[in-house]
Each structure stands twice: as C-alpha cells, then as structure tokens.
Design a protein around this ligand. Structure first.
Ligand SMILES: [Zn+2]
Length: 225
C-alpha cells in the first residue's frame, strides 16, 4: 500500500488525541523509510518479475518479524524524542508503524517474507486489480483528510492545502502503482526503466519527509476541537 497508509494515522490521532499527526505520518511509513535507507546502500530495492508477478526485493524491511522490530524501534524513538510521554502514545505509534505490514500484505504480490531471508513469500496481490485498489487508496486518504478537517478548525487556506495534498498524492499513487500494473498487464512495462537504486531511495525519503512536513505545517495552523 502507498497513500492508503495515511488513513489509519489520521483516525488514530483523532481518536486518541495523544499523537501529533505528522509523527503518525512518519510512523505508518517507517517500514518504507527503512526500505529507502537499505536501498540507498544497495541492500534492497530491485523490482523483478516472478511468475509474471511484479515483486520487490524487500526481505529485510518488509518481513513480518521486521514489522514487529521496526514498530518497536519507531515507537521507542518517538517515546524518547517526545519526552517520554504516556505509554498510550508509545502503543499508538507502535500500532501505526505495524499497520504498514497487514495493509501491504493485502496489496503486494507475494514478496513479504515471514522473517528476513525466509522463502515463504506472502501478499494477496490486490494491486493486480489496478483501478479498484487505486480508488481504495485514494478513498482511504481522502476520507481521513475530510474527517481531520471536520474535527479541526483553522484558516481556510489550510483546508485548501490539505486537499492539494490529497490531489498530489493521488497523482503520485497513479503513476507509481496503478500505471505500473496497467503497463504490466498490457505487456508494455519496461522493468529497466523503473526507478531504482540511489535516486529511488533518495526520492522516496524526500517524499516521506515532505508529506510529513506538509501535514505538520497544516497541523500547526489548525486547532483540534
Ligand atoms: Zn511498504
């Protein structure tokens, strides 16, 4: 999953009132941020075709055991950096970081191992239904942002900024995920032309930082009711 990961972040922040939204935005993508760091060093990242399925080489960042470890490390980092607040805040960040795995499991083609280096790959491949999953992810982000705007108040431009965010991410979702699947199914996907290596890792990290920064900036201008 890609932009849909941000849905649970918004719901948990609104329900708990314990965590900043931009922290939650970083937490739900912690596994992908680990992926980017590993891809930077060439340890992960190459996309390949296995039995006609487009899979990613993500044995370290995306195993189920890794999800537990990454969630624990992410929650601990937030716990320390936010001045050792409530344990509830710790567990919310833990769950949000962990939520990345089950959501990825729904959409990924089998490339999620049980443990790093394991042979048994999991993934329900829902991304093969290109348009329904596109709509699913856009709706997950869009309804979450609509709810966030309804439960917070602030200058009108901040609401505009939030919808621009949804529109830009929906475009990115289309070009990075949906179009890739459509090209694959049409037999026109050029694997060699897919982003990879250091540029892919750097642009991924920039994206996650800008997304969290953007929402954090809007959050600082709005008030929770
Ligand atoms: Zn992922």
């Amino acid at each position: 999953m890609f932009i849909g990961h941000y849905g649970p972040a918004v719901y948990d922040v609104l329900r708990s009132g314990k965590v900043k939204l931009w922290h939650a935005f970083l937490a739900v993508q912690a596994m992908d941020i680990v992926f980017c760091i590993l891809a930077l060093f060439g340890l992960e990242g190459a996309a390949s075709l296995v039995d006609g399925n487009l899979v990613f080489d993500i044995p370290w960042s995306h195993s189920l055991i890794s999800a537990v470890i990454i969630a624990s490390v992410t929650a601990s980092i937030f716990h320390v950096l936010t001045g050792r607040g409530s344990m509830k805040g710790y567990w919310i960040i833990w769950l949000l970081a962990f939520s990345h795995w089950p959501l990825d499991w729904l959409v990924h083609r089998p490339d999620l191992p049980l443990y790093p280096g394991g042979d048994w790959m999991m993934g329900l491949s829902l991304w093969n239904f290109a348009w329904p999953t596109y709509i699913l992810e856009v709706v997950m982000l869009g309804t979450a942002i609509a709810l966030w705007l309804a439960k917070t108040s602030g200058p009108r431009w901040t609401a505009f900024g939030a919808w621009v965010f949804v529109a830009l991410l929906s475009m990115l979702q289309f070009f990075s995920i949906t179009k890739t699947t459509l090209d694959l199914q049409a037999g026109t996907l050029d694997l060699a032309a897919m982003p990879s290596g250091v540029p892919f890792a750097v642009s991924g990290m920039l994206f996650y930082a800008i997304a969290a920064g953007w929402i954090g900036w809007l959050e600082s201008k709005r008030r929770y009711s």
